[in-house]
Design a protein around this ligand. Structure first.
Ligand code: ADP
Length: 455
């Protein structure tokens, strides 16, 4: 049924989708901005269409240009990747009403999950534990203070439309909260054109645990286990792994069943991720659902052997999931690190420019997902991800040794990257033991910054 898929994205994720399509025998159409004409996703696709100038809002975010490209090339389905229009329900519904297949969940599910306050309500109604917090959007600062006093400080103010770690503010007392609400509202208005915020209890030392889900149009939903994404900088993930050092088989089953219950309550019919915070007592709480493929999905592919993008495409085409929960086996341990064109010695400032020399690691148990090649010019217009480096080992200790080995093989010259920083981080006792929380990087980064300044 799906003969030709247009990928409304760029970079490594566009390549990732193209690779799945090639293996499925589906033709591909790349769209690209002017500056991306030489990108690998353009070279690897069967056809390509230039959809506008470099800024995202004049190309990758331009719905009419993308639909025109689909029309011209005769594509009959659209894969949005992640970022850009992937969680834009308006785009999803326009795609569907144009007679094209949308490779993602239904637009109303995207819309309702995209509103974090609404998502909390829905999940609570489905019996999924949520972090204590306000009932929906805050009407006033006084209401925020009232709710916070009732459940106790610290609290976190979050934008209902939030994403990418933006629009969040932690407050330790009423005074801080009175300042945090207007700041978070202003930030949310600027970033998401929606100032609405809500509050949650701020957990002291949680782990970020997310569950990968796959659903089809026949009411089936399975979970593919968890990913631990606790190592974060400013609420953004740096390293992801599966299984989580903090999750045993029993907890995995409870997390999985809870995530499936939540997804089934909204008739979820695609690939998606339910994010939880796990507290020190082993209790977990729903945080949000990402209604798209995620950057870190290959971690799960390595431990399950399942190609999540192929399953997502099959589900969109109306096929039934090809396996049952009981058939899934988790093998070994996988870790992903993100190598970015950023300068860790200068506050992780983006470092665009030409890649003068490139050597990517190889060997047993190594996977590289990257759109970068030697001579490639990293553009300042888009995110700074150069490559996702993944390793798979029989157990965590083999995966760790492999990761160190692979990172040491990685050589990228001409721009600054996070390779060395990541290697230093991987070698710390905290990462080696796996005893980390979402706050663990804060002190490591302080020491790192101090060392950088001392040079
Ligand atoms: P975004 O959609 O912007 O990524 P999330 O809601 O997924 O935002 O939260 C991102 C990160 O922020 C979490 O992984 C966690 O580290 C931190 N965080 C969010 N909510 C809380 C909370 N209630 N308590 C403690 N940390 C939180």
């Amino acid at each position: 049924m799906l003969k030709k898929i247009l990928i409304a994205n760029r970079g490594e994720i566009a390549l990732r989708v193209i690779r799945a399509c090639k293996e499925l025998g589906i033709d591909t159409v790349a769209v690209h901005s002017e500056v991306d004409a030489d990108s690998l996703h353009v070279k690897f696709a069967d056809e390509s269409v230039c959809i506008g100038p470099s800024p995202g809002n004049q190309s990758y975010l331009r719905v009419p240009s993308i639909l025109a490209a689909a029309e011209i090339t005769g594509a009959n389905a659209i894969h949005p990747g992640y970022g850009f229009l992937a969680e834009n329900d308006h785009f999803a519904s326009v795609v569907q009403s144009s007679g094209l297949v949308w490779i993602g969940p239904q637009p109303d599910v995207i819309r309702r999950m995209g509103d974090k306050a609404e998502a909390r309500r829905m999940m609570q109604a489905a019996g999924v534990p949520v972090i204590p917090g306000s009932e929906g959007v805050l009407a006033s600062v006084d209401e925020a203070v009232g709710v916070a006093r009732e459940m106790g400080f610290p609290v976190i103010v979050k934008a209902v439309a939030g994403g990418g770690g933006r629009g969040m503010r932690v407050a330790r007392d009423a005074e801080e909260l009175r300042a945090a609400v207007p700041t978070a509202r202003a930030e949310a208005e600027k970033a998401f054109s929606n100032p609405d915020v809500y509050i949650e209890k701020y957990l002291a030392r949680p782990r970020h645990i997310e569950v990968q889900l796959l659903g089809d149009k026949h009411g089936n939903v399975v979970h593919l286990g968890e990913r631990d994404c606790s190592l974060q900088r400013r609420h953004q993930k740096l390293i992801e792994e599966s299984p989580s050092p903090a999750v045993d088989a029993k907890l995995r089953q409870r997390l999985g069943e809870t995530a499936i219950r939540g997804a089934q309550s909204v008739a979820y019919d695609s690939a998606g991720t339910m994010e939880f915070l796990l507290d020190e007592d082993g209790r977990f709480y729903f945080m949000e659902m990402n209604t798209r493929i995620q950057v870190e999905h290959p971690v799960t592919e390595l431990v399950t052997g399942i190609d999540i993008v192929k399953e997502q495409i099959a589900a969109a085409a109306g096929e039934k999931l090809g396996f049952k929960q009981s058939a899934l086996r988790f093998t070994g341990h996988a870790i992903e690190v993100r190598i970015n064109a950023e300068d860790p010695g200068a506050g992780f400032r983006p470092s665009p420019g030409k890649v003068e020399f490139l050597h990517m690691p190889g060997g047993i148990g190594v996977r590289i997902d990257s759109h970068v090649y030697q001579g490639y010019e990293i553009s300042p217009w888009y995110d700074s991800l150069i490559a996702k480096l993944l390793v798979h080992g029989r157990d965590r200790s083999e995966a760790l040794a492999r990761l160190e080995r692979a990172l040491a093989e990685c050589l990228i010259l001409g721009i600054r990257t996070t390779t060395e920083f990541t290697l230093d981080l991987v070698r710390t006792p905290m990462f080696q033991t796996g005893d980390v929380t979402t706050r663990s990087l804060e002190s490591f980064l302080e020491e790192y910054d101090a060392a950088a300044e001392g040079v």
